[in-house]
Design a protein around this ligand. Structure first.
Ligand SMILES: NC(=O)c1ccc[n+]([C@@H]2O[C@H](COP(=O)([O-])OP(=O)(O)OC[C@H]3O[C@@H](n4cnc5c(N)ncnc54)[C@H](O)[C@@H]3O)[C@@H](O)[C@H]2O)c1
Length: 319
């Protein structure tokens, strides 16, 4: 059997693909970046390359998506949907395009699965669906959008819940939060991410406009991906929404200090006042713990940063 992952060359999707392939599963990856796989620097996927089928497709190209899903349907266990434009200052620069990718792209996946009889879908959602509700945010905390990205993730969840109820599908939402770690170079990210993690890659003199007054449960990408795989593989669930994060809030300025301590350098990082995005924290992960057996490994941020540093040093050497 195989699993189809949209956005499977992204930060989270690529680790989900890795974990599934390590179990010996065939993985079909649908991603616009598929035709430049060799330039993405996802070295861990080389180990499982034989088990990956890469399909280059835009999630908004419904007919192409349909043809690809149809071609693989008979071997599919289900779909993990991970295409999205993620939260950050870039999102509102092209609001219509980004909202279309997040909402219409998600609908394209659900609709194709409905017509083709592919019942099981895990949708990568976000803790952004709680907005700035104070933590710990439980899955029953009401929806609240504090930005366009959050609105797009809420709509993706609601479509999924209604498709499940109306058409007997099994669509589950993994609510992820602030992912960091191997697979993503800080230099390719927004300024706050660069400020927090950039010195691990050798970046210096970073001035981020905000982010100093925030404490979030940053989650190592391997923990995030492990939670998604557990949610996908659970035969029956009693709930459709699951928080997946480290569950441990960490002050942004502490991350800056830990990184300086690890690299042994003062890299001249400045985070401006106020929060990076308007969010509450942390997510309450007790449901995922109890029902999925999810236990994050990197609950001590220093362990996660050391692991990330190692990967970035290797990535710099290979460059
Ligand atoms: N990264 C985080 O901190 C975070 C936090 C909460 C939720 N999430 C959610 O997790 C999911 C994965 O996030 P990520 O960090 O891996 O994102 P990412 O940006 O690293 O990956 C997204 C992938 O989607 C692909 N893609 C983008 N537009 C596309 C399109 N139109 N058609 C086909 N492919 C397209 C990109 O090439 C990329 O490989 C998203 O749904 C995101 O909203 C992420």
């Amino acid at each position: 059997m195989s699993v189809l992952i949209t956005g499977g060359l992204g930060h989270v999707g690529s680790w989900v693909a890795y974990l599934l392939a390590k179990q010996g599963k065939q993985v079909v990856i649908c991603d616009t970046a598929a035709n430049r796989f060799d330039s993405l620097g996802l070295d861990y996927l080389e180990e499982v390359r034989d088990l990956l089928t890469l399909e280059s497709v835009d999630i908004l190209d419904y007919h192409n998506i349909f043809e690809i899903f149809l071609r693989h349907r008979d071997e599919l266990e289900g779909v993990i949907h991970g295409v999205s434009v993620i939260a950050g200052p870039y999102f509102q620069e092209h609001p219509f395009k980004h909202l279309s990718i997040n909402t219409m792209g998600t609908l394209n996946v659900y609709e194709t699965c409905r017509i083709l009889g592919i019942n099981k879908v895990v949708n990568m959602s976000s803790g952004a669906v709680y907005g700035d509700a104070p933590g710990p945010q439980h899955e029953d905390t009401p929806y609240k959008a504090t930005d366009l990205y959050g609105a797009s993730k809420i709509s993706g969840e609601l479509y999924g819940l209604q498709y499940s109820d109306t058409f007997g599908m099994d669509i589950r939402n993994a609510r992820l939060f602030f992912v960091y770690g191997p697979g993503k170079r800080p230099s390719h990210m927004h300024k706050v991410y660069q400020g927090l993690f950039g010195p691990l890659e050798g970046l210096t003199d970073i001035q981020a406009p905000n982010g100093s007054e925030q404490s979030m449960d940053w989650t190592h990408v391997l923990d995030t991906a492990t939670g998604i795989v557990k949610l996908f593989e659970k035969p029956q669930v009693t709930n459709r929404n699951f928080n997946i994060s480290s569950g441990v809030p960490v002050d942004h300025l502490r991350i800056v200090d830990e990184v300086a301590d690890i690299t042994g350098k003062n890299s001249n990082v400045q985070l401006g006042p106020g929060p990076f995005v308007v969010r509450g924290a942390p997510l309450d992960i007790s449901r995922a713990r109890e029902e999925l057996g999810f236990e994050p490994r990197f609950t001590n941020i220093r362990d996660g940063l050391l692991d990330y540093w190692q990967w970035l040093q290797n990535a710099n050497r290979l460059q």
